[in-house]
Design a protein around this ligand. Structure first.
Ligand code: TRP
Length: 334
């Protein structure tokens, strides 16, 4: 708790430009949570190093993701948006917590197995200990709730296990975080293959809609979306393409599946795809505009980053000092 509010923590990796999966799946919801919780949202730039990155590109991506947080509507006066690497407590706690995490636990993580298979030429130790750093992100702020997608649930469970293990030895040092239950956002699938998650690394760039795409591009991509040979707009497991478009349209408008089905009753896929494209473009337009303004206002963005880094450091260091003391490290004399 900070004041009378529960603490909410989440982060995104600094992976270049964001697409509508990032927006409808996470960011849009984050914006809705900011009144109820004391929120911390990091750009996980240290996590990004587990895969070889071009330095200039990583630096740019990290800043872009942070500007995107603000452009999407996270008020940086109320939400602590910051760079993970700018708060050294993350890396410091990670070392300590590495010593409280078992190799067996890390080897079991499905994301580690997937990423090792995908990057077999660079299975570095960071890829293995990735979830420990993520646990430290969360634990440093004594977070009560963490909104995460399905693919991160196992990491959150590990976070709870590590924290409980530590608390069992040293007393109640860490708050045990809960997954955020509630609308966690739409799971947005590829427009070219609705059985796969939308991904910026997809070879077919028509399958990905970026938050910064212009209106014509967005509409064109939706027009080409793969559907099926039926004609009805109904939400059904055997129509994954239509399900995906309905999920996206629902996320963009707040309409339920029933409302969408009624709205497009008797209309064809062409009409529906156009409506989805136009609606998504309208939702994204002000975000794109705000992002472009922020890109030009270096002084403002820098001041936001400075203030929020200080705020994050204050809370993170409080926890770190407590942990250092508990495990027996000497008091820091400066
Ligand atoms: N690993 C998360 C992802 O890829 C990003 C992340 C880093 C995160 N630290 C976190 C998410 C802490 C929630 C809480 O999506």
């Amino acid at each position: 708790m900070i004041g009378d509010k529960k603490v909410l923590y989440s982060a995104m990796q600094a992976t270049g430009v964001l697409h509508i999966g990032n927006y409808f799946g996470a960011l849009q919801n984050w914006v809705n949570l900011s009144e109820e919780y004391e929120c911390f949202y990091a750009v996980a730039d240290l996590h990004a190093l587990t895969i070889r990155r071009d330095p200039a590109e990583l630096r740019k991506s990290t800043r872009n993701v942070l500007m995107m947080y603000i452009a999407a509507g996270l008020d940086p006066e109320k939400n602590c948006v910051y760079y993970q690497s700018s708060v050294p407590a993350h890396a410091e706690l990670a070392w300590i917590m590495n010593c409280f995490t078992y190799l067996g636990e890390l080897n079991r993580m499905t994301q580690f197995k997937d990423k090792s298979a995908k990057h077999s030429d660079n299975i570095n130790a960071g890829l293995l200990t990735y979830p420990v750093l993520m646990a430290c992100d969360i634990l440093l702020y004594q977070a009560d709730v963490v909104p995460v997608g399905l693919d991160q649930k196992q990491h959150l469970e590990l976070t709870r296990d590590i924290a409980e293990r530590f608390n069992a030895i040293y007393g109640d040092v860490f708050t045990i975080p809960e997954p955020y239950i509630g609308t966690t956002g739409a799971r947005v699938m590829s427009l070219a293959d609705p059985t796969k998650k939308m991904s910026k690394s997809d070879e077919n760039q028509n399958s990905v809609v970026y938050v910064l795409d212009d209106k014509d591009t967005i509409i064109r991509k939706f027009k080409r979306a793969i559907t099926d040979s039926d004609t009805r707009i109904i939400y059904s497991e055997d129509k994954p393409g239509i399900m995906n478009l309905m999920d996206i349209y629902g996320a963009a408008t707040g309409k339920t599946n029933e409302e969408i089905e009624r709205e497009f009753d008797g209309k064809g896929y062409g009409d529906f795809k156009l409506a989805v494209g136009e609606t998504v473009a309208d939702v994204l337009a002000p975000i794109k505009e705000r992002f472009e303004q922020l890109s030009k206002d270096k002084a403002y963005v820098d001041s936001v980053i400075k203030n929020n880094t200080e705020k994050a450091s204050y809370f993170a260091e409080k926890t770190l000092r407590k942990v250092q003391k508990k495990v027996g490290l000497p008091e820091r004399i400066r």
